[in-house]
Ligand binder design. Structure first.
Ligand SMILES: [Fe+2]
Ligand SMILES: [Fe+2]
Length: 286
C-alpha cells in the first residue's frame, strides 16, 4: 500500500491554529493607525473581508473531497475555522464603522456580493479554484506588509484594532499556502493565477480598496487641502506595490508560498501576537 502524495507545502512546524479572541472596537481611537490614510486603507480592506472570506470557505469546501493528502485536508479544516472567525469579527468591525457615520459601507458590501455572485456564475473548476488562491495572494501580501513594517503603519500606536489586525495577519500568514496547494493539487496550471491576477484581481482589488478608502477620507473631510492630497498620493505610491509585487511568481513552476523569510516573520509575529492576545483577554477584550 502506498501513502497518498504530498500536496501540502506548509512547513511541518507551522500549525494552522484557529484562535477565538474577542476585541472591543469601541476602545480604539478613530485613527487607530499612524494617520487617516493608513487607517482608512485597512478599514476599506475590512469592508471587503466578509464576502471574500465566505467565498474562500464556500469554494474550498466544494473541492475539498478531491484532496488526498491528509495533512492538506487537516489544514483546509483549520483554514475554514480561521476564516469563519475572521468573517464574523470583520462584520462586527464593519458594523462599528458604519455606526460611526460611514453609512455607505453596507452598500459597498452589497456591491461586492453582487460582483462575486456574477463571477461565480462561471463554475469551471479552474476558474472557481483560482478565486480563493487570488484572495489569499492578497491577504498574505497585505499581512506580510503589515507585520514586517508594523511601525510604519502604526507609528508605535497600540490599541484593540491594531491587535485585531495583528491577529488576522498572523492567521493569514499561517494558512497562506492552503488555497494555492488546493489549486496546484487539482489543477496543475498555476501560471494561470498570474494571468487572472494581472487581468482581473489586481485592478479589481486595488480599485475597490482605494475607492472605499477615498469615500472614508471624503467623509472625514481629510482631503480638503493640497497638502493632504499630496500625502494621499504619497500613501498610494507607498502602498500600491503591495498589490502588484509577486504577481508574476506563479509563472515559475517551482514556486511554493513559504520561504525562509516568511518562516522567520511568522515565528516572531506569532510570539508578539500571542502576548497581545493574552493582554486583550486579561483586560476583557479592551
Ligand atoms: Fe482571513
Ligand atoms: Fe485567508
Amino acid at each position: 500500500m502506498h501513502s497518498p502524495a504530498k500536496q501540502s507545502s506548509t512547513p511541518e512546524d507551522v500549525i494552522i491554529e484557529p484562535r477565538r479572541p474577542e476585541f472591543d472596537f469601541s476602545t480604539a481611537p478613530k485613527y487607530w493607525l499612524r494617520d487617516p490614510f493608513a487607517t482608512h486603507f485597512i478599514n476599506a480592506l475590512s469592508v471587503l473581508v466578509p464576502c471574500s472570506e465566505r467565498t474562500v470557505i464556500d469554494i474550498i469546501r466544494k473541492y475539498e473531497h478531491k484532496i488526498s493528502d491528509p495533512k492538506l485536508r487537516k489544514e483546509i479544516a483549520a483554514l475554514i475555522r480561521q476564516e469563519g472567525r475572521h468573517t464574523f469579527e470583520h462584520y462586527r468591525c464593519n458594523t462599528a464603522l458604519s455606526g460611526c457615520g460611514y453609512s455607505e459601507i453596507r452598500r459597498y458590501e452589497r456591491i461586492q456580493q453582487v460582483f462575486i455572485r456574477m463571477l461565480r456564475k462561471v463554475d469551471a473548476a479552474i476558474w472557481e479554484l483560482s478565486m480563493p488562491a487570488a484572495f489569499e495572494h492578497f491577504t498574505s501580501a497585505i499581512s506580510k506588509a503589515f507585520i514586517r513594517r508594523q511601525n510604519a503603519w502604526t507609528s508605535g500606536k497600540e490599541n484593540s484594532a491594531v491587535s485585531f489586525t495583528g491577529w488576522h495577519a498572523l492567521e493569514e500568514l499561517e494558512h497562506q499556502a492552503v488555497c494555492f496547494d488546493v489549486f496546484a493539487a487539482i489543477k496543475k496550471k498555476t501560471w494561470l493565477l498570474s494571468v487572472f491576477l494581472i487581468v482581473l484581481w489586481i485592478p479589481a482589488t486595488a480599485l475597490s480598496i482605494y475607492g472605499i478608502q477615498l469615500y472614508l477620507l471624503y467623509k472625514d473631510n481629510a482631503l480638503s487641502s493640497q497638502r493632504n492630497w499630496r500625502r494621499y498620493f504619497r500613501f498610494i505610491a507607498w502602498s500600491l506595490p503591495i498589490f502588484t509585487r509577486g504577481a508574476l511568481k506563479y509563472f515559475n513552476r517551482d514556486y511554493r508560498p513559504w520561504n525562509m523569510l516568511d518562516e522567520a516573520t511568522y515565528r516572531l509575529h506569532k510570539e508578539k501576537t500571542t502576548r497581545d492576545l493574552l493582554m486583550q483577554t486579561s483586560s476583557g477584550g479592551k
